[in-house]
Design a binder for this molecule. Structure first.
Ligand SMILES: [Zn+2]
Length: 369
């Protein structure tokens, strides 16, 4: 009996596919909690992976976020990252890059080019650290209109370095009815407006991830015609902050599901939540964190929220608080350095997809349209 079991075990191991292939038939997307930064991992059936951003920069946060990314990488059975897109040079997007590169090979580094917003920590990274990373593999500067070659995906760059796509993607290009009601925002001279922005298709399933692209660039991309078309999943721009996520973008793309990569006190302000909640055809919004800026009034049901804080409160605040003024003098947000949970999206070629909350196992399937 024992011997039979052993033989059977050996036979099963011999049949096991290599980790990379995993017999995956879905496009798997991990939206990883990096505390109000971004790290989103795309793994199509081919196993050729794309990671967008590497979390936060402060020394302890960089290691924490790189480790959280590695948990998703291992769950996906990857032994390397084929393409790393850094959307822009802000510390919540490139922070864990060096720590991650020390743990797993990265075959291509993609970014928008030089930093336009001088800052010591960024410029030190770009002159002293980054060349040593891409020097061992390769670096690509993304331009709008580019197609990133990823086996099994149609990956389009629609904005980069402040420029937006001028031609419409296949199937897109209709007049955008929301342009007439658009109010321009203030000019944004920061790195946010430089974000490398992507529209990704897997069969009939489409995702938008525009990084932290801001309001006026959204207008340039989406008006007078909608150059990107509609999407199924929108990884909400800029952590759900209201200086991004104009109705010309969100309502015209008409996502069925949004995922908010917010922090405990970053993103999710009422105006942005109202734009998403009133978007035509929206079915659900999933949040990587409860945000104090949403309060209970503008947040989602807890089933749709992946992470809490280290010192949980007995009750969540009902009223949203105002965001603190930017700068180093704000009191720290509620900390979350303990166990972290991702959202895993599994999409099929027919356009149907499932979202799972790793914290509580809550899962929901969205049928093909
Ligand atoms: Zn950001």
């Amino acid at each position: 009996m024992k011997r039979t079991a052993l033989l059977l075990g050996a036979a099963l191991m011999a049949l096991a596919p290599p980790a990379l292939a995993q017999n995956r038939t879905t496009l798997d997307i991990y939206v990883i909690d990096v505390e109000g930064g971004n790290a989103t991992l795309f793994v199509p059936p081919s196993g050729e992976s794309v990671l967008m951003d590497t979390g936060n920069v402060a020394p302890a946060a960089a290691k924490r976020d790189a480790d959280r990314i590695m948990q998703a990488v291992k769950d996906a059975g990857l032994t390397r990252i084929d393409h790393l897109i850094t959307t822009h040079w802000h510390g919540d997007h490139f922070g864990g890059m060096a720590e991650l590169a020390a743990q797993i090979p990265i075959l291509e580094y993609i970014d928008h080019g030089p930093n336009v917003q001088p800052a010591q920590v960024v410029d030190d990274f770009l002159t002293k650290t980054y060349p040593g990373l891409y020097g061992k593999s390769k670096r690509t500067i993304a331009k709008p209109g580019d197609r990133l070659q990823v086996a099994g995906l149609d990956w389009r760059i629609v904005a980069s370095a402040g420029q937006t796509q001028t031609a419409s993607l296949p199937g897109a290009g209709r007049a955008n009815p929301y342009c007439a009601g658009h109010t321009p925002g203030e000019d944004d001279p920061t790195e946010n407006a430089q974000s490398v922005s992507s529209i990704i298709s897997f069969g009939r399933f489409r995702v938008a991830h525009l990084g932290d692209l801001t309001w006026n660039k959204e207008f340039n991309l989406m008006c007078p015609v909608n150059r990107v078309g509609t999407v199924d999943l929108f990884v909400v721009s800029h952590h759900g902050q209201p200086i991004s996520n104009a109705p010309v973008l969100v309502h015209a793309m008409a996502p069925r599901v949004g995922i908010l990569n917010n922090g405990t006190r970053k993103g999710g302000q009422p105006p942005a939540m109202q734009v998403i909640a009133s978007s035509p055809g929206i079915e659900d919004l999933w949040q990587i964190h409860f945000s104090l800026l949403s309060g209970q009034e503008y947040t989602q049901a807890g089933m749709f929220i992946a992470n809490g804080v280290d010192e949980a409160q007995a009750a969540m605040p009902v009223q949203p608080i105002a965001a603190p003024p930017p700068g180093p003098n704000a009191p720290p947000p509620p900390q979350h350095n303990g166990p972290a949970f991702w959202f895993k999206v599994q999409a099929k070629q027919d356009g149907s997809f499932t979202v799972t909350n790793q914290r509580n196992g809550f899962t929901k399937t969205y049928a093909a349209r």
